[in-house]
Design a protein around this ligand. Structure first.
Ligand code: HEC
Length: 76
């Protein structure tokens, strides 16, 4: 039993340590490719497309329907 508890503890410590090592904080700004500079017009187009329900087959669903920006864009 003691051996099991030791192994389980060692595994837990290793798991947390490797998770902390593999995650990084989100960048302050999105990456912008050198050959595709950002512009206000592109940002506006992206926002329009993201909320546009006409992109769905029956015109009722946008990206925001599933990836609500109020939920940080996650897909639930
Ligand atoms: C009907 C619901 C739904 C709609 C509409 C939808 N998505 Fe998704 N999206 C999901 C789900 C669910 C996943 C996760 C799929 C998986 O993990 O297998 C996902 C995954 C993603 C991912 C990958 C995220 C990752 O972790 O790699 C991106 C990017 C994305 N969606 C963008 C979009 C964009 C852009 C639109 C609009 C053009 C959109 N989605 C519309 C449900 C939706």
């Amino acid at each position: 039993m003691k051996k099991f508890l030791f192994l389980a503890s060692a595994w837990a410590v290793w798991s947390v340590a490797s998770l902390a090592w593999s995650f990084e904080p989100l960048p302050d700004a999105p990456p912008v490719p050198a050959d595709n500079p950002m512009s206000a017009a592109k940002v506006a187009l992206g926002q329009q497309l993201y909320f546009d329900k006409r992109l769905s087959v029956d015109g009722t669903v946008s990206c925001n329907s599933c990836h609500s920006v109020m939920g940080s864009g996650t897909d639930n």
